[in-house]
Write a protein that binds this ligand. Structure first.
Ligand SMILES: Cc1ncc(COP(=O)(O)O)c(C=O)c1O
Length: 373
């Protein structure tokens, strides 16, 4: 069976360069990075080099990078870390309705312990209106968190504008860039953010590593207390292997020159499917302000999971899940106001740097055949 992987927003294959960067730590470089002797120092050097590489990807200074276990931890550190550190200033957080569960769940936790959270509605394309953020701000708002690009539909938010509003009102700005990094520019100064999340396994590093950018001077309480690792922001002996992996992945991600080709392939998928299926398909998400690799397409009147099951060897995601015999729309599509008959049939195709024309043609053929059945 031929295998075609169009689920890069879920996870990516480990890059060859990343594998090479990790190899020494599986063989001989075992030392504790905090040890000052010959065994520890190469590990320390590798971590600090990786920190510089991640910082370069984001246009940050290396001391502003905190390594975490992934995107979820980075989001938790941003939200709870700022909420705890700024609790005397206020207890109100602004976010949006199409955020990832790794934002929604820490927000729900903050609500349980006495904070207030306002979730700004997204529009039909999944986009946050900066004016809606402005309207949600209060004197006691300490943090605004809006994702850079949506994981399901790829819609890109106007982060710089929203950050301007947050700062005008004395709040800090966080963005979850787990999906945008390596696909579009993610420069922290251009975005105007104080905190930014990245996840290694979305950019060719393994699971278990990510990072939070924390602008110098931003107050943040660690989630894990212990020794003074990561500048006192996250305790625990660091993994030089995983840091080196993220550093190498950051070098690859910084080069966006493949993205116009990826976008062309994504659009080819859409155009060819349209040629076969006409108005039986609907594009979910913003037609232009969208990640170059993401096409969330609804096959109207069909159930995405059933259709996908008929596409032998094609890995992609659906926008609806089956719960106790009922098909339920994803919270993102629901937040966008997608009607059930359309949302039920959603499939997210997310391409990668290795995706080829032949693969797109094969998927189109497979979908067209499945739609005839
Ligand atoms: C937008 C977004 N944020 C956060 C995460 C969570 O990252 P991780 O899987 O590294 O915990 C994901 C992963 O699906 C994501 O897509």
């Amino acid at each position: 069976m031929r295998r075609i992987y169009l689920d890069h927003n879920a996870s990516t294959p480990i890059d060859q360069i990343v594998r090479m960067a990790m190899a020494p730590f599986l063989e001989h470089a075992f030392g504790n990075p905090s040890s000052i002797h010959w065994a520890g120092q190469p590990a320390r050097a590798a971590i600090e080099q990786a920190r510089t590489e991640v910082a370069a990807l984001l246009g940050a200074a290396s001391h502003e990078i905190v390594f975490t276990s992934g995107g979820s931890e980075a989001n938790n550190l941003a939200l709870k870390g700022v909420a705890f550190a700024r609790r005397d200033k206020g207890r109100h957080v602004v976010t949006a309705t199409a955020e990832h569960p790794a934002i929604m769940a820490p927000c729900a936790f903050l609500e349980r312990i006495g904070y207030e959270v306002t979730k700004v509605a997204v529009d039909g394309a999944g986009r946050v209106d900066p004016q809606a953020v402005a309207d949600a701000m209060r004197p006691e708002t300490i943090l605004v968190s809006v994702m850079h690009a949506n994981n399901e539909v790829g819609t890109i938010n106007p982060i710089a504008e929203i950050a301007g509003i947050a700062h005008e009102r004395g709040a800090l700005m966080h963005t979850d860039a787990a999906q945008s990094v390596g696909k579009i520019e993610t420069n922290v100064d251009a975005l105007g953010v104080d905190l930014l999340t990245i996840a290694g396994h979305k950019i060719g590093a393994p699971k278990g590593i990510g990072a939070l950018y924390v602008r110098e001077g931003t107050p943040i309480e660690p989630l894990i207390h212990g020794a003074s690792h990561e500048g006192g922001r996250r305790a625990g002996t660091e993994s030089a292997m995983l840091a080196a992996a993220l550093g190498a992945a950051a070098r690859v991600a910084a080069d966006l020159s493949d993205m116009p080709r990826v976008m062309k392939l994504r659009d080819r998928l859409w155009v060819l499917l349209q040629a076969h299926l006409g108005n039986r398909i609907v594009l979910n998400g913003h037609p232009e302000l969208r990640l170059p690799n993401t096409a969330n397409i609804s096959f109207v009147g069909r159930v995405g999971a059933e259709l996908l099951a008929g596409l032998d060897g094609v890995a992609a995601s659906t926008g609806a899940a089956c719960h106790s015999g009922r098909v339920e729309l994803s919270p993102v599509l629901k937040a966008m106001g997608v009607v059930p008959d359309v949302g039920m049939g959603a499939i997210r195709f997310s391409l990668g740097r290795s995706t080829t024309d032949e693969e797109i043609d094969a998927v189109v053929e497979a979908v067209a055949t499945a739609m005839r059945n």
